[in-house]
Design a protein around this ligand. Structure first.
Ligand code: FAD
Length: 564
């Protein structure tokens, strides 16, 4: 079953048509992981999200599949060991969205970490995370460090620790998990909001009322088990269920900024102490000709839809970069784009936002509602395993039926069906060769294969057949192919879904996104038969998303023009 935009209504009707074994509220990485795990174990699963898939926190992270080295400082040994080990599994199952990234931890006189503590910390990290031998940390001298990153502050530099993390595209990782779940039979629909919980006479939760956000159509969906994977909204659902007692969420906001690589030509991913004495660390990561940096960590108490970066957030990150790269002198005008996300952490009294544990926890209410809170993108598979273990244990007790153990350790995600990460590069090379034989440009094929993995053959099909349409809509054929794929296979509903979460253009090439906004809108309007009112709504939404990403306090005024 594909995740087609055109099948949204049919899927909602199917969910409403017969009771599910499991309904998941929330289509971020946590919900997607649960849907995949449960479907693989043979459950009939439905999932709804009130926004786009990954429209919440799961498109707004630092985009690292990492063990959380800094949690060692807080002695979170269990968290580090679990998510550290998960890195290799996430990579193995989806090497087209996750790639190893060498990370440098510079050591300075009077810095938080000395040479000895860095060497020891990274060794413990290697051990806890079960890091492969070839990826074990090495310690670099001052000269070796500067050879890898000549722009680093030289004063007081003693050397660095050099270790491997993994870089990902969080929104695409989520959509690949969701597509795999969908291919295996899960019914998943975006822009479908749970606005009411339904109970039986014994106050047991039996279903939900879902409202399709695109046409206000209502559905009553019943399920044997209901899981609340609503991220920053977990407590909102628990409040509806009258079960928000004891532990609750503490939301903290994190911001990232994006700078063009020509303006900031650093080449080595870095993790370092900020210089303002707040004992925090930030990442600076080169990515496809851009550099992104973050994050902040401040308590957040507003409604978590579309949190916005502020000038203060941006200036905090700029100051940290300028402190570590003294010859660069970045200013607000150099910031091309940015994003903000809200961490759904579990409250711990007396701790600052950065000190609160990232561990996850399951809450089971008297009504039967199962809520999962906290955690990391990296650990999504283990979180899903714990939730689905809970669900299947309860179902077994109630019905006597038995279910298999978790199997996702060996389940390749959509686009990741290479038969193992070692076959990924040979696959890319073979596709480039095959594409060239079909007259496709080498760079185009390489880009598509790296992004869509084993699904790229579908994109090549669009490329071979969309020439006329591309001319008519004045769109590059490659871009049109990704949009067609988005509509037919990735449930793209709005232009923001496409530009921000499927292509990442708003984040990493906002000028390109603005350039193609009008023809993309025209194509979508024709395909999805938008009314004038819908055209206006989506144009406003897209304009606002460009403005939020690039225009806070900046003197760059080009994003004030309406996108369409
Ligand atoms: C700044 C920042 C940096 C981070 N960096 C990293 C990192 O580098 N690596 C890492 O591993 N982790 C990182 N994290 C943590 C990680 O991003 C989160 O743990 C993860 O994305 C949470 O996913 P989720 O699915 O639980 O929540 P979400 O992605 O927010 O998904 C919850 C979904 O529930 C939906 N929903 C809510 N209410 C309803 C309703 N009534 N009906 C239907 N749907 C509903 C929402 O629309 C939303 O899409 C970072 C987080 C932040 C904020």
């Amino acid at each position: 079953m594909t995740l087609s935009t055109y099948e949204r209504t049919a899927k909602l009707e199917k969910m409403a048509g017969a009771p599910l074994d499991l309904l998941v509220i929330g289509g971020g990485i946590t919900g997607a992981g649960i849907a995949l795990d449960a479907t693989v174990r043979g459950l009939r699963v439905g999932l709804v999200d009130m926004q786009d898939f990954a429209g919440g926190t799961s498109s707004r992270s630092t985009k690292l599949v990492h063990g959380g080295l800094r949690y060692l400082k807080q002695l979170e040994v269990k968290v580090v060991a679990e998510v550290g080990k998960e890195r290799a599994i996430v990579y193995e199952n989806a090497p087209h969205v996750t790639s190893p990234e060498k990370m440098m931890l510079p050591i300075y006189k009077k810095g938080t970490f000395g040479r000895f503590s860095t060497a020891l910390g990274l060794k413990v990290y290697d051990f806890l995370a079960g890091v492969k031998k070839e990826e074990h940390r090495v310690m670099l001298s001052r000269e070796q460090t500067l050879a890898k990153e000549p722009l680093l502050k030289k004063e007081g530099l003693k050397g660095s620790g050099y270790y491997v993390e993994y870089r990902t595209d969080d929104a695409r990782l989520t959509i690949e998990v969701m597509k795999e779940a969908s291919d295996r039979g899960a019914l998943a629909v975006n822009y479908a909001k749970v606005d009411e919980l339904i109970y039986d006479a014994n106050q047991k939760l039996t279903g939900v009322r879902v409202v399709d956000q695109l046409n206000q159509q209502e559905y009553r969906i019943f399920a044997k088990k209901i899981v609340n994977a609503a991220g920053p909204w977990v407590d909102t659902i628990r409040e509806k269920d009258h079960s928000k007692k004891g532990k609750h969420l503490h939301l903290t906001k994190g911001v990232h900024i994006v700078i063009d690589g020509k303006r900031f030509p650093m080449k080595q991913a870095l993790y370092f102490d900020t210089t303002n004495g707040d004992k925090r660390m930030i990442f600076v990561i080169p990515r496809d000709g851009k550099v992104y940096a973050g994050t902040t960590d401040t308590t957040y108490s507003q409604w978590p839809i579309d949190p916005k970066p502020t000038a203060e957030d941006r200036d905090y990150i700029l100051a940290a970069i300028n402190g570590m790269f003294p010859s660069i002198h970045l200013t607000a005008d150099d910031v091309e784009s940015s994003w903000a996300g809200v961490r759904p952490l579990i409250q711990e009294e007396g701790k600052s936002p950065s000190e609160i544990s990232r561990k996850d926890e399951i809450f089971i209410a008297n009504s039967g509602l199962i809520s999962i809170a906290g955690g990391k993108l990296t650990g999504y598979r283990k979180m899903a395993e714990r939730v689905v273990d809970t669900v299947t244990r309860q179902l077994s007790e109630e019905t006597g039926k038995t279910y298999p153990e978790c199997q996702t350790i060996a389940i390749e995600l959509s686009g990741g069906h290479f038969g193992g990460s070692k076959y990924y590069i040979p696959f890319v090379q073979e596709q480039i060769k095959g594409g060239a034989e079909q007259g496709l440009k080498k760079e185009t094929v390489a880009q598509l294969v790296k992004k869509y993995g084993t699904n790229s053959s579908t994109l090549f099909h669009y490329l071979r057949t969309n020439q006329e349409e591309a001319i008519r809509y004045q769109l590059p054929q490659e871009l049109l192919a990704t949009l067609q794929y988005g509509l037919n296979e990735e449930m793209v509903v709005s232009p923001v879904d496409y530009f921000t979460r499927r292509s990442g253009m708003t984040l990493f090439s906002i000028h390109e996104a603005k350039k193609w906004a009008k023809p993309v809108m025209r194509y979508m309007a024709d395909q999805l038969k938008w009314t004038d009112q819908q055209k206006e709504h989506y144009a406003d939404e897209l304009t606002a998303s460009f403005r939020d990403a690039s225009d806070y306090g900046s003197t760059n005024k080009d994003s004030e023009t309406k996108a369409v």
